[in-house]
Design a protein. Structure first.
Length: 148
């Protein structure tokens, strides 16, 4: 245990703390001493005990207000985190849906391509058949004209 000598309200005190915590203890006591002196200047000398009590109440009030703000920020952070998770889920859901749509579009594209190819073959076949029929007709007509 380490010992720290401090001066508070004009009096010397020796306080103990864990090794390595001396600087932290001194910082805390500087803040308490500042708060005590502010109240002493604002309220006048009401007596050391009463000023110490008011100082403790003020410090605890600040502590509780800070704690309340920290809890509010934690709640806000949790809400943001929940919203982020929900948004992330919606993004993944949207991505999956779009991937399914892409697969369906590719499938439809392949079917349409096959249909076009088949229609082209059928069209070429029809043209060939029509051309053959016209050729046959023209030949027959030519033969009939020659035979007359």
């Amino acid at each position: 245990m380490a010992n720290v000598s401090i001066k508070f309200n004009g009096k010397e005190f020796l306080l103990s703390c864990d090794d390595g915590q001396e600087e932290h203890l001194e910082e805390l006591l500087i803040q308490i001493n500042r708060k005590f002196n502010e109240l002493k200047n604002d309220l006048g000398n009401l007596g050391e005990n009463k000023l110490l009590l008011i100082t403790a109440v003020k410090v605890m009030d600040e502590y509780h207000e800070t704690k309340k703000k920290v809890e509010q920020k934690k709640d806000e952070l949790k809400n943001l985190s929940d919203k982020f998770k929900e948004l992330k889920s919606l993004i993944y859901e949207y991505r999956d849906k779009k991937e399914e749509e892409i697969v369906q579009i590719k499938k439809n594209h392949t079917q349409l391509k096959n249909e076009i190819e088949q229609n082209q073959k059928n069209y070429e076949k029809l043209i060939d058949e029509a051309a053959n029929e016209i050729s046959s007709f023209v030949e027959k007509a030519s033969l009939e004209d020659l035979s007359k």
